[in-house]
Design a protein around this ligand. Structure first.
Ligand code: FPP
Length: 263
């Protein structure tokens, strides 16, 4: 990622820190040791709503506000890639009303936020197969992809109709086709080439994976990419996951000793 500079030549991350000197959590973050890629399983919207005797879609709506907040915070810190799990291949099993509500929120999110994403130099990527999405959602996603395609700042990956196993199988099929037509040979195939067939091609693997809501599982998320990812779990439900929680996760990540199988 090309670092964003302001007119005085300060990195945007440094500038952000300067403006937020009073924030005690922020001041603990080491900008030299940021996770390049943060992935988040945005869980707990339904429980947040049920606790308040509200329909589940109210939880998703509140969850969307946290999406806006976390995208802004990650952009300001200077994170290279942020991946948000918005809809899994298994989420189609939910009631039609909830699925419609989620698709509607996606449309609202893009309509409300696209200008800000463009202004912040954010590049949108979709992880997953959007072909089964309703046309209105597909059209908005395509517009946002087109309008952010040349941006050089943070990659915002939204996992939509995404499943880790599906992604791996899809990559294998694409590789077999390329072998068949002679674009690559079996002997060429290595981890680097394999990763180019994943939805996250050209991006670093996640350094940090965050799952709120107290669940301790991966739920078919980025199965190939998380080989050496650090996990951070929190009992807070996604609609309560403010930027301070993101800072806490990053601070904890920075205390860890990553050995990648070495000593
Ligand atoms: C999981 O919580 C959350 C989802 C399946 C949807 C996440 C969607 C959003 C945060 C809003 C829209 C997002 C974008 C990118 C516009 P859950 O419903 O399974 O919660 P529960 O486990 O408490 O039932």
């Amino acid at each position: 990622m090309i670092p964003l500079l302001d007119r005085r030549g300060l990195f945007l991350g440094d500038m952000f820190m300067e403006q937020n000197k009073g924030n005690s959590l922020l001041s603990q973050i080491d900008l030299e040791n940021l996770p390049r890629h943060i992935a988040i399983i945005m869980d707990g919207n339904g429980r947040w709503a049920s606790k308040r005797l509200l329909p589940r879609n109210f939880g998703h709506r509140e969850g969307m506000k946290r999406v806006v907040e976390i995208v802004e915070a990650a952009t300001q810190l200077g994170i290279d890639s942020l991946t948000l799990y918005a809809f899994s291949t298994e989420n189609w099993k939910r009631p039609e009303k909830e699925i419609d509500g989620l698709m509607n929120l996606l449309v609202i999110y893009i309509r409300n936020e696209l200008n800000r994403l463009i202004k912040n130099n954010v590049k949108l990527n979709i992880l997953g197969d959007i072909s089964p999405l309703p046309n209105i959602a597909k059209d908005e996603v395509k517009r946002a992809l087109e309008e952010t395609k040349d941006n050089t700042g943070m990659n915002l990956n939204i996992a939509l109709n995404y499943g880790g196993r599906h992604e791996i199988l899809n990559s294998i099929k694409l590789i077999l086709k390329d072998i068949e037509v002679g674009n690559i040979s079996i002997d060429d195939l290595d981890e680097e080439i394999f990763s180019q067939y994943l939805y996250t091609r050209d991006q670093a693997d996640p350094d940090l994976l965050i799952r709120p809501s107290g669940e301790l599982r991966i739920s078919n998320f980025l199965l190939y990419q998380i080989a050496y990812t650090e996990f951070w779990f929190s009992n807070v439900l996604w609609p309560d996951f403010t930027k301070e929680k993101l800072y806490e996760a990053i601070i904890d990540f920075q205390k860890r000793n990553r050995r990648f199988g070495g000593i």
